[in-house]
Structures are given as C-alpha cells and as structure tokens.
Design a protein around this ligand. Structure first.
Ligand SMILES: Nc1ncnc2c1ncn2[C@@H]1O[C@H](COP(=O)(O)OP(=O)(O)OP(=O)(O)O)[C@@H](O)[C@H]1O
Ligand SMILES: [Mg+2]
Length: 312
C-alpha cells in the first residue's frame, strides 16, 4: 500500500478577508470593515486541508518564507492531518498573502505571491511525490519558477502509475498560453471554473468549452458557481445542482469542490457520485469564513456530512 492517497504540489499562503466594506473604495478615505478573518488560503492548501479532513492521506509540497504567516499556514495543515515534510522554508523570503473583499455577487482579490514565485523543480522530492496513488497540482499560472517543469512533472507522475488532476485557477496576466495544453496530455481530471474553461479553449460558452476540453482530457469537470457543476467523460455528461445554502462567502468553494470530487474519485466512486459530493463539499465551505473554517469546525463538518449522507 502507498504511503499517501495523494500528493499535492502548489502554493501555500494565508487569506485575510474583510467583510462589510462599501462596494466603491474612495482614495485617502478610511473605510471600515464590519468583520475580519485570517484563514488558511491558496488553492492547493485549501484543497489539501479539506480532503485530508474528509479522510484522504495527503503529502503536501510547497514553500514558505521564514515568517509568522508561513508558520500559521503550516500549523493549519498539520492540524488537518496533512503531511508537511515536503514544505520548504526559504530563509529571508516572505510568505504570500491574499486580501479578499467579498461583496454580495463578486469579490475583490488582491494577492502578494511571495514564496509562491520561488517554488522550483529542485525543491520537489520525486520519490515523495510518487509515494501516492494520485497527484494533484493547483494554480499553474502562479507557480512561475515551477511552470516550465510542470509538463514533465505530470509526465513523470503518469509514468510512475499515478492518476493525475489539475486546477489551473485564474491566469492573472489573462494570456492563457499554450503550455497548459502540453500539461493536459498527462492529466486525467481537469477541474477549471467556467471562465477559465472558456478562456483556455477560446470559446464563448460552457458547453463548447466542455466539448473542446473533453477531446484533450479523459474527465473534465467545470465548476459554474451558483449554477453548480458539469462533467464529461467520453460521451457521458453529468450535471450537479448546487446545494441550497446561505453563503458567508464563496472563498475556496472551487477548491473544496475539488476535495469532495477527488476524495470520492480516489475511492473509485461513480462520476456522478464524485460530482454530487464535490458540490456538497463546496456548499459546506461557503457556510463559514474562507475556504477551510467550515471544515475545521469538527462538529459543524460532521453534522453537515451526516445530513448529506441521510439525504443521499
Ligand atoms: N452561492 C452558492 N451556493 C451554493 N453552492 C455554490 C455557490 N457558489 C458556488 N457554489 C459551489 O461551489 C462550486 C465551485 O464554485 P466556483 O464555480 O466559484 O469555483 P471556483 O471559481 O474554482 O472557486 P475558487 O474561488 O475556489 O477558485 C460550484 O460548482 C458550486 O457547487
Ligand atoms: Mg478555482
């Protein structure tokens, strides 16, 4: 038996979330938030934290600076049961941070990438990554030093017999260059959101994006915010409606979706069950601040999971 169910490579930083700010911010005025949360941030870390709390065994690889925010992030991962022996501390460097200002429909997201920019191929222990049955990478466009090596990394993982998944997340430069497509050759499950899927394929609607991506990847899952998610494997297409919840915010909903989907995939569940569970875990994440607080509260998480199990 392998040491881990999955190896995760990606960014590791904190989210600072300010609630209740006015939608228009005037320069030089002091705007007061009504609430504030510091939570574990970054797509790959939210994903690793939440899938670990669902019961998967996770080995995590990333880097942080030698600073309190880096320590905070690692502590949060440790509390969730993630193995952090693949996290390198880079002395003299600063851990990244994202400031999020959620509004009713949209949010402002401001990121300082910090050590996300420094993660490189030399930091990876390939034998550690191979000691899992599945490999996942998040935030392709933010990992600038690692990016040229990512196609080969996926090839290596496939050659070693792991199944693989990718969530690129947004491209801050909005260029959507073709190197992602060379990664997709060795991706089994691709998990973009609707905007990302359309941008990558140069299409204007989600169905065309799904059609185009399913010619490149065996399983495509497109997350469509409050419209739920759709998935395609070959000719089979599935849709999952979102659960009805009153969201505190939707930070990390996509990463929590990935956690639910891949937790079931690793257990060899049917695709429609993976999709349903992904939607449920995305809904759970919206019930508390940030992407991990709803999972961190054990009683809240278990009550939600029991209610979900009874309904299915
Ligand atoms: N308002 C909502 N109510 C219920 N579920 C929601 C809501 N918004 C999002 N979700 C769930 O979260 C899933 C993922 O959301 P979304 O499409 O925003 O992903 P994303 O853009 O990748 O998110 P992230 O910001 O984490 O990268 C959706 O497929 C849906 O199941
Ligand atoms: Mg996303």
């Amino acid at each position: 038996m392998k040491r881990f169910d999955l190896s995760v490579v990606g960014e590791l930083n904190a989210d600072l979330i300010l609630y209740g700010l006015p939608p228009t911010l005037e320069p030089e005025r002091e705007h007061l938030a009504s609430d504030f949360a510091i939570t574990l941030g970054s797509s790959s870390a939210i994903f690793a934290h939440n899938i670990s709390l669902l019961g998967s065994r996770v080995g995590f690889t990333s880097c942080i600076g030698s600073d309190p925010l880096g320590k905070f992030c690692v502590e949060r991962l440790l509390e969730s049961g993630v193995d952090v022996s693949g996290v390198k501390t880079l002395s003299g460097k600063t851990t990244g941070v994202t400031v999020i200002v959620p509004f009713a429909r949209q949010r402002q997201i401001l990121t300082y990438l910090g050590t996300t920019l420094d993660l490189q191929f030399a930091h990876l222990d390939l034998n550690y990554l191979r000691s899992a049955s599945h490999f996942h990478l998040s935030s392709f466009f933010l990992l600038r030093a690692l990016r040229p090596s990512i196609p080969d990394l996926f090839l290596q993982m496939k050659k070693s017999g792991l199944t693989t998944s990718l969530d690129t997340n947004d491209d801050p430069e909005d260029l959507w260059a073709d190197d992602v497509k060379s990664v997709l050759k060795n991706v089994d499950i691709f998990l973009p959101n609707e905007r990302e899927a359309c941008k990558l394929t140069g299409t204007g609607d989600v169905q065309s994006a799904l059609d185009a991506l399913s010619r490149l990847v065996p399983i495509v899952v497109i997350k469509c915010g409050p419209a739920g998610a759709i998935s395609r494997r070959g000719k089979d297409q599935f849709h999952a409606s979102p659960l009805s919840v009153q969201p505190v915010d939707t930070v990390g909903a996509g990463d929590s979706f990935n956690a639910g989907f891949l937790h079931k995939f690793i257990l060899r569940a049917n695709l429609d069950d993976c999709l349903e569970y992904g939607s449920a875990m995305a809904a759970l994440s919206t019930t508390r601040a940030g992407g991990t607080e709803a999972f961190r509260d054990r009683q809240h998480r278990e009550t939600f999971l029991q209610r979900y199990a009874r309904a299915n």
